[in-house]
Design a protein around this ligand. Structure first.
Ligand code: OSB
Ligand code: MG
Length: 368
């Protein structure tokens, strides 16, 4: 079977509440849905690039441009069984991992559906449930953040991650520890510090954090290795790991003890699985990060997180944590024990709600 059509949808969705990180504060999220057709089968992928080049250098606009001009033409008419990463144009286009990832996700969904398998099964997943976790942004006051944590715990989340930045770190973590002594807590700086700030992280050692995510520069490996030697808390890399070679480098240099895998960031599920396998062979646990995905990207993330070395709770929350109305049915939910079911139906394992997909679409384009 051959790929006959690729459609892109640029979506803009209101968030249930604003999300603030060390690099921005947003009320809405922009993402691209990839709809790929082969004969009678449709596959879906998502590119959660956002409107801004702040988390990653890619945006919805750069992804659209690269897909329209380079990647989509090279995929049309391609046989479903051709390994897409080896096609000349995919190899020739350097970088643009998110653009590539969305296409490979849609292709994977197509392939899983053509074999009548769930995406989890297709990816080699073993878990029937994955560990949900929640990532909470910077708030106006510590008291407001404590309220958000209380609320998250009441919804079943067992691991809370908070965003930190200079001026919103030690005193916040101290207050959380005072109120929730046994909480499984981690922090994410999104690269907001430099090695000169190492004493801050040394101080954090006493708060029993599960990990410190991306404390230093988004391209850095060496300073992270130096910092990891100075502190006891495991460092987890997110932004620095853009492909399997980066993961290899980080493991070799001991820049981190944990890796956050986002398939959008690393170029898709194939690269994600390579990083997973590499980490497994080095006894380094991984977990699945998130980029505020809609139900389509979430289904891909849940399927990926069902692989065996996803040993730590993921940044995968219920649909309602992000959106009042998701674009899939049923929406993703978290159980009171903090677990989320891995859909067992074929492909994504949930229905795409075309009505809400249409309602949030800003523009669309068809390549055939
Ligand atoms: O660094 O993990 C991050 C959201 C947007 C950009 C970067 C990050 C995040 C999150 C939220 O932490 C994860 C999620 O719940 O989707
Ligand atoms: Mg992160």
């Amino acid at each position: 079977m051959r790929i006959t059509k690729i459609e892109l949808r640029h979506l803009k969705l209101p968030l249930v509440s604003p999300f603030e990180t060390s690099f921005s504060r947003v009320n809405t999220h922009e993402t691209i849905i990839v709809i790929m057709q082969a004969g009678p089968i449709t596959g879906y992928g998502e590119i959660p690039a956002s409107a801004y080049p702040y988390y990653s250098s890619e945006t919805v606009t750069t992804c659209w441009y690269i897909i329209k001009n380079f990647l989509a033409p090279s995929l049309l008419k391609l046989n479903l069984d051709t390994p897409v990463l080896t096609t000349p144009e995919f190899k020739r286009v350097r970088g643009h991992n998110m653009a590539k990832a969305g296409l490979i996700m849609a292709l994977s969904d197509l392939k899983a559906r053509s074999r009548k398998q769930s995406l989890s099964r297709f990816y080699g997943g073993k878990r029937a449930f994955i560990m949900a976790g929640i990532s909470l942004g910077v708030e106006a006051t510590i008291e407001l953040l404590l309220d958000k944590i209380t609320n998250a715990l009441s919804k079943g989340y067992h691991r809370i991650k908070i965003k930190i930045k200079p001026g919103w770190d030690i005193k916040v973590i101290q207050a959380i520890r005072k109120r929730f002594p046994a909480l499984m807590l981690s922090v994410d700086a999104n690269g907001a510090y430099t090695l000169k700030d190492w004493r801050i992280f040394k101080t954090l050692d006493k708060y029993r954090l599960l990990m410190i995510e991306q404390p230093l520069g988004y391209n850095d490996f060496l300073d992270h290795a130096t910092l990891q030697k100075k502190i006891k808390t495991p460092i987890c890399l997110d932004e620095s790991i853009k492909n399997p070679e980066d993961a290899q480098l980080a493991l070799q240099l001991k820049s981190c003890r944990i890796i956050n895998i986002k398939q959008a960031r690393v170029g898709g599920p194939i690269a994600a699985r390579k990083i997973h396998d590499l980490c497994l062979s080095h006894k380094i646990p991984v977990w699945c990060g998130g980029l505020l995905e809609t139900g389509i990207g979430r289904a891909h993330n849940v399927a990926l997180a069902s692989l065996p070395n996803f040993k730590l709770p993921n940044d995968i929350s219920a649909s309602e944590r992000y959106y009042r109305e998701d674009i899939v049915n049923p929406p993703f939910t978290v159980q009171s024990d903090g677990l989320m079911k891995v859909p067992q139906g074929i492909g994504l394992g949930c229905e795409v709600n075309i009505k809400s997909l249409n309602a949030y679409t800003l523009r669309k384009e068809l390549f055939a």
